[in-house]
Write a protein of this length. Structure first.
Length: 292
């Protein structure tokens, strides 16, 4: 395919790179979205390890995969994942997973041993835990919407919860969303961003010392799925493409992917590669910024 390069008022569009450069300072020079592996049913839930490797899920096939950055090799980490979705690696190196089928948030150690952290609230199982973020104290925020015709609302709504660091208690922290989905917090543990996908909103909250959320503020008027954050505080959100907003909620970048993206995280040894789960594939993009 021939490459056509157009330059208008400092805006560069490289048609076959699938990256729209509105402000190329966050993306490495000449970087293009690359396919890492494909052939999956629906990829989701990327999570980065301490050395930059990536876990991700194939939701329809109920598997968790592990991508070794150093070896450039794919392996199956969990054969039957109870339709895992959102995931995050904690400070101990354990993989914390939202299990839709079981209605649980669980932990896997590096050997693959599974431990249920929470599965019940007010005497009933959770709906279908979807995405999560772990704060600096080790507490876990997770969203609990319902997707799929075979699932129904079991709790009194589709809410957001907080698991205390010692897992002794679960708090219901957001109750006024239509369908909470993606979630990400700032590394200092002061701000939390949550998407309400059906309502088409991204909300920002201040995190109180006890984990309770306050000062709900509209951050972006867009319905999105997964999110991540870089070292500048920019928020990356997935919809029909990847949208990047600065900490003030101003859009600064759009990144197109060959398939519609579902979720994202920074990985690689230096955390300067954006890994993207998008339908049947896992993709990556070299960046100038880095994740945490």
């Amino acid at each position: 395919m021939k490459r056509f390069l157009f330059i208008f008022c400092c805006v560069v569009v490289v048609l076959d790179s699938l990256v729209l450069f509105a402000d190329d300072s966050i993306i490495a020079a000449n970087a293009q979205v690359e396919k890492v592996v494909d052939g999956f049913g629906f990829t989701e839930g990327p999570a980065v390890t301490s050395n930059g490797d990536i876990y991700f899920v194939d939701d329809p096939n109920s598997k968790i995969y592990f991508w070794s950055v150093a070896d450039q090799k794919l392996s199956v980490f969990v054969e039957q994942s109870a339709h895992a979705n959102g995931m995050y690696v904690n400070q101990n190196g354990d993989l914390i997973v939202c299990e839709g089928e079981s209605g649980s948030v669980v932990s896997y150690d590096k050997s693959g041993k599974r431990t249920v952290l929470v599965s019940v609230f007010d005497g009933k199982r959770f709906n279908k835990p979807n995405d999560l973020w772990i704060d600096p104290k080790g507490g876990i925020y997770f969203t609990d919407p319902v997707y799929g015709k075979d699932y129904k609302v079991i709790q009194d709504g589709e809410h957001v919860y907080y698991i205390l660091p010692d897992t002794s208690k679960v708090l219901k922290v957001v109750t006024d969303m239509t369908k909470p989905n993606g979630i990400i917090g700032t590394p200092d543990g002061k701000l939390l961003y949550i998407t309400d996908q059906v309502a088409g909103k991204v909300w920002r909250y201040k995190i109180q010392p006890d984990g309770i959320l306050s000062e709900k503020t509209l951050f972006a008027d867009i319905g999105v799925d997964g999110m991540t954050i870089d070292n500048r505080g920019n928020i990356y959100i997935t919809a029909d493409q990847i949208y990047v907003f600065d900490p003030n909620g101003q859009e600064i970048q759009r990144i197109k992917v060959p398939e519609v993206p579902a979720n994202i995280c920074f990985g690689g040894k230096d955390r300067k590669t954006l890994y993207i789960t998008a339908r049947k594939g896992l993709y990556r993009l070299a960046m100038n910024v880095h994740g945490y």
